[in-house]
Design a protein around this ligand. Sequence first.
Ligand SMILES: [Zn+2]
Length: 64
Amino acid sequence: MSSRTNSGAGAQSTCKNCGAFVTRRFARVYGNNADEVYGCLNCQRARDLREGNHLDARHKRATT
Ligand SMILES: [Zn+2]
């Protein structure tokens, strides 16, 4: 791959699922603890994102 996304602590992250760019704010809202996004508006429905259906149980915040 010839990715040019290595911009250090840039303003954007990428969806781990489809590779689309997402904003840092989006990552904080819909990402996991590490602000990693496993589903974005490009590859998931907005309803699923809100409900967290795209997140595997492993990626959800620990509730214990
Ligand atoms: Zn995506």
